[in-house]
Design a protein around this ligand. Structure first.
Ligand SMILES: [Zn+2]
Length: 320
């Protein structure tokens, strides 16, 4: 069900407050940097990657591929240490996908809704215009500085999930997919001042709201007035909605996110003047590294190792 199909419309607005729904959390305070060098065995050259791009397999050098991933996943203006953290997460994710063998001859695809985003040089040139070379060089610098580096947990490559922005804390993987010991909820420092469109609203007319719900849960009872349709919201420890009672039926937060194209499951829901209103904080599934959170940590002095250790606790930064 798409927004347009239910007659809903999205209002991006700059809120001057953080929703009261989210518990206050302390931003991570980075420890002083420690220069613990990686083993000297970082390979000079990495194996090429076979990427499925619009149905065609393209083989490219890992460095070139990761520059394209960074271009697709992060603004080039982000702090260098955040870009480096993203490069390590993306390399780890790439090799994890390659080992999972999800794409036959290819190792990973360029569809951000399936594997991870990737942009070719033409797209970068178009996006950055005259400044494209300096933007691309920043990304190359981040990739080169972390050549061959990956994250492991108990010796195995991790599923290095990442997302755009969190709502005070990241999500526990078990709330979205399978639980993983290194994808647990941790604090994340980004907020209204550091993330564009951090808080969004989605309004949906009562009858469209009802029809959308009935399309997936025909057992919902909407016989009363719309003001009676919303029951209690259940939240997990990160403040995200795990379930809402709607028309007497418990609907999962992740299901509502998909149904109404909400940017995240960190939302509140109320009914006023004929409209159901979702107020949503942050963007993405919330699991693993928050990209905007990484940028704030870097701005506050954390290096990429500290960022990765924060968002993927218990993992080890090592070489391929
Ligand atoms: Zn894929």
């Amino acid at each position: 069900m798409k927004k347009s199909a239910v007659g809903a419309y999205l209002i991006l607005f700059l809120a001057f407050f953080l929703p009261a729904l989210l518990p206050g959390r302390e931003a991570p305070v980075p420890e002083p940097r420690e220069e613990t060098p990686l083993p000297e065995s970082a390979p000079r050259e990495e194996a090429p990657v076979r990427v499925l791009v619009k149905g065609e397999i393209r083989e490219m050098a890992m460095e070139d591929y990761l520059v394209g991933v960074l271009a697709g996943e992060m603004p080039a203006s982000f702090e260098m240490e955040a870009l480096k953290a993203q490069a390590v997460a993306a390399r780890t994710y790439t090799l994890y996908c390659a080992a999972a063998n999800k794409h036959g001859e290819a190792q990973i695809c360029a569809d951000p809704s399936h594997c991870q985003a990737w942009q070719d040089e033409d797209t970068m040139r178009q996006k950055w215009g005259e400044g494209w070379e300096s933007c691309a060089e920043r990304l190359r610098q981040a990739v080169r500085a972390t050549a061959g580096q990956v994250l492991r947990y108990e010796g195995d490559l991790i599923f290095a999930a990442f997302h755009a922005s969190s709502a005070g804390a990241t999500e526990d993987s078990g709330q979205v997919w399978n639980p993983r010991p290194y994808l647990i909820s941790v604090s994340s420092p980004e907020g209204i001042d550091t993330v564009p469109n951090y808080v969004t609203e989605l309004h949906c007319a009562a009858l469209d709201f009802r029809d959308a719900l009935l399309s997936v849960h025909p057992e919902c009872d909407f016989s009363g007035g719309p003001e009676t349709w919303i029951g209690p919201l259940e939240r997990d420890g990160s403040g995200r909605v795990t379930a809402v009672s709607l028309g007497g039926v418990s609907v999962r937060g992740t299901e509502l996110r998909k149904l109404f194209s909400l940017r995240s499951t960190a939302f509140s829901l109320d009914y006023r003047e004929g409209l159901f209103c979702f107020t949503v904080t942050g963007s993405g599934h919330g699991v693993g590294m928050s990209q905007y959170g990484a940028n704030v940590m870097a701005r506050d002095g954390a290096d990429y190792r500290q960022i990765l250790a924060h968002y993927y606790p218990g993992t080890e930064l090592t070489t391929v």
